[in-house]
Design a binder for this molecule. Structure first.
Ligand SMILES: [Zn+2]
Length: 377
């Protein structure tokens, strides 16, 4: 089994781990999880598999400290998005310092950096444990990290999603909502009997647009800008010649650190209640999913340690940054683990051409190795 970074990353990319919840019938994480566990065990590192759902495997590996030190969790996801329109997705190719292939950037590069850093923790004489969670299903429902957090904890965590070697200390969360307006079905020639649920949804959409403007006018988060809301899917009506009985709208609200699901519920109530002054208007709202935003204080020990070690290794202080998209880091933070996101450089997440910069993966590995030595000493 490979020891050098390019060989290790090539092996990881060549193993199909497309998320089967995104792409029905896809391979899933099992083969890659077994391979990663085997790679670790071959190096004498304790590794166990965690099955969040049938066939949906994560790997938990631990290099135990001698006791009394702080523990650090490295976290990377095993799954990738699909490989449509990407003929050589699983045939990694190295050119001009870049490794091309599905998952190279999101995020097998970060996973390779974690594996090599964990290997480096062996024999380093650390007092604290270093733990790796290589998790399933980040690209869909985060089953892997949620299941793994039932078995492990740590004093701090580093998620190695790609950040171009910047230090990500915040990302947005999101909530999903379903609004249904209820009309009354009737023959299209009988306005005296019918109530148009789709037209009533038009009133909701008008309110939604005003809600979006309101969010854009609030004080911005220093790293993430503004919260936002948008309509995503709409469905309504029975047939062309009838008044529609109901209309359903699905909405996504992107949230900032500090915004709670309870506050957002109250915003929806305030948005819909003026419409209810019309007795013919009837609507229901429900929140269908909450994914918390993420933010870690800049003076948290893990932020300070990683920033200090990265400054030494990269010869410059990494920029503190925020990411617009959601990551597993929010689950780690919600479990009480002080978390940062730091990973390599590249491009093409979820695109037809995906690559990671190999030098930056090596730098990421070096920063992780130095950080765990400093943090778990
Ligand atoms: Zn990712």
């Amino acid at each position: 089994m490979p020891d050098t970074l390019p060989e290790l990353l090539s092996a990881l990319v060549s193993i199909d781990s497309v998320n089967p919840s995104l792409v029905p019938g896809a391979a899933g994480e099992a083969a890659l999880a077994h391979w990663v566990a085997g790679w670790l065990r071959e190096r004498g590192i304790e590794a166990v598999l965690d099955e969040a759902a049938p066939g949906r495997l994560s790997v938990i590996a631990t290099v135990r400290g001698s006791g009394g030190g702080r523990s650090l969790l490295l976290c990377a996801h095993l799954d990738t998005v699909g490989t449509d329109h990407m003929p050589d997705a699983l045939e990694p190719r190295i050119q001009d310092g870049r490794l091309y292939g599905r998952g190279a950037y999101d995020m097998k590069g970060g996973l390779a950096a974690c594996l090599l850093a964990l290997q480096g923790a062996q024999g380093a004489g650390l007092r604290g444990d270093v733990i790796l969670a290589a998790v399933a299903d980040e690209e869909y429902a985060s089953l892997g990290v949620q299941s793994v957090l039932g078995r492990i904890t740590a004093d701090a965590a580093i998620v190695t999603e790609p950040t171009s070697l910047e230090l990500c200390v915040a990302h947005k969360g999101f909530t999903w909502h379903e609004i249904t307006t209820f009309g009354r079905a009737a023959h299209g020639s009988r306005p005296d009997l019918g109530t148009d649920a789709i037209a009533h949804m038009g009133r909701v959409l008008g309110q939604l647009e005003a809600y979006g403007h309101d969010l854009g006018s609030r004080a911005p988060h220093p790293l993430l800008g503004h919260a936002s809301v948008h309509a995503s899917l709409i469905q309504g009506g029975q047939e062309l010649s009838s008044y529609p009985e109901c209309c359903t709208l699905q909405v996504e609200r992107r949230t900032l650190p500090g915004e709670t699901a309870g506050e957002i519920e109250r915003e929806w109530t305030a948005l819909l209640s003026p419409l209810a002054s019309d007795p013919a208007f009837r609507a229901e709202h429900r929140t269908t999913l909450v994914r918390e935003p993420f933010g870690v204080p800049v003076d948290a020990p893990i932020v300070q340690t990683l920033r200090g070690q990265a400054t030494l290794i990269l010869n410059q202080t990494p920029t503190l940054t925020g990411m617009s998209f959601w990551m597993d880091s929010a689950f780690l933070a919600a479990a009480g683990i002080s978390t940062v996101v730091f990973g390599p450089h590249g491009a093409g997440a979820h695109s037809a051409e995906e690559w990671v910069d190999l030098e930056s993966v090596g730098q990421c590995r070096a920063v992780l190795a130095a950080t765990l030595r400093a943090f778990c000493a």
